[in-house]
Design a protein around this ligand. Structure first.
Ligand code: PNS
Length: 173
C-alpha cells in the first residue's frame, strides 16, 4: 500500500466535519490530497477554484489556531473537473480513497462508489466514522441556514463564514 491517499468530495463548502476527516486522515498517510471534484449530480454554489481557496485558507486557519492538522503532514488541495477519480489516484500514485461517514444513508451512497473504484482500478476506500459532534452537519444544510440568515459559525471555518456572508450580500467571495 502506498502512503498516499485522496480525500475527494464536492466540499461546497468545506465544513468542520470535513476538516476533522482531513486532520485524522493526515495522521494515517504520508501525503493526503484533498480533491475538489465536480459532481455532475450537483449544482455548485461556489466554483471549484473558490472551494480550493476556502479549503487552503481553512487549513492555514486551523494550523494558526493550534487545531488538529499535524504540521508535519503533507496535505495538498487540488481539483478534478473532469475524468475519473481513479485516474487522478493513478497519476499521484495513491491507492486509497478516504471518505467520512455520518450515517447509514451516507454508507448506502458511498458503498457503490467504493466498489466501482475498487473494480475499476483496485483503489480501496477507507471509511472514517464522522465524529458525533459533526454528525448532522452537511454542506447543503450550511448553505440553507446561511441563505436564510442563520449563523453557521459553529459548523464552518471563518473563511467559509465570510464567503457565505459575502455571497448572500451579492458580493464576491
Ligand atoms: O461530496 P460528494 O459530491 O458526495 O462527492 C462525490 C464524488 C465527487 C467524490 C463522486 O461523484 C466522484 O468520485 N466523482 C468522480 C467521477 C468518478 O470517478 N466517478 C466514478 C466512480 S464514483
Amino acid at each position: 500500500m502506498s502512503s498516499i491517499a485522496v480525500y475527494p468530495g464536492s466540499f461546497d463548502p468545506l465544513t468542520f466535519g470535513h476538516l476533522d476527516i482531513v486532520a485524522r486522515a493526515a495522521k494515517l498517510f504520508g501525503e493526503l490530497h484533498v480533491l475538489v471534484v465536480h459532481n455532475p449530480a450537483k449544482n455548485p454554489f461556489f466554483t471549484s477554484a473558490e472551494r480550493v481557496e476556502l479549503i487552503r485558507s481553512s487549513l492555514t486557519e486551523a494550523g494558526r489556531f493550534g487545531a488538529p492538522i499535524d504540521p508535519k503532514a503533507k496535505v495538498v488541495v487540488e481539483t478534478l473537473d473532469q475524468g475519473l477519480l481513479v485516474e487522478y489516484c493513478h497519476k499521484v500514485h495513491a491507492s486509497v480513497l478516504v471518505k467520512g461517514v455520518r450515517s447509514n444513508a451516507d454508507l448506502d451512497y458511498e458503498l457503490p462508489m467504493a466498489r466501482v473504484n475498487r473494480d475499476l482500478a483496485d483503489v480501496e476506500t477507507l471509511f472514517l466514522p464522522a465524529d458525533p459532534q459533526h454528525g448532522f452537519v452537511s454542506s447543503s444544510l450550511v448553505r440553507q441556514v446561511s441563505s436564510l440568515g442563520g449563523s453557521v459559525e459553529k459548523y464552518v471555518p471563518t473563511a467559509v463564514v465570510r464567503a457565505l456572508n459575502n455571497r448572500s450580500k451579492g458580493g464576491l467571495v
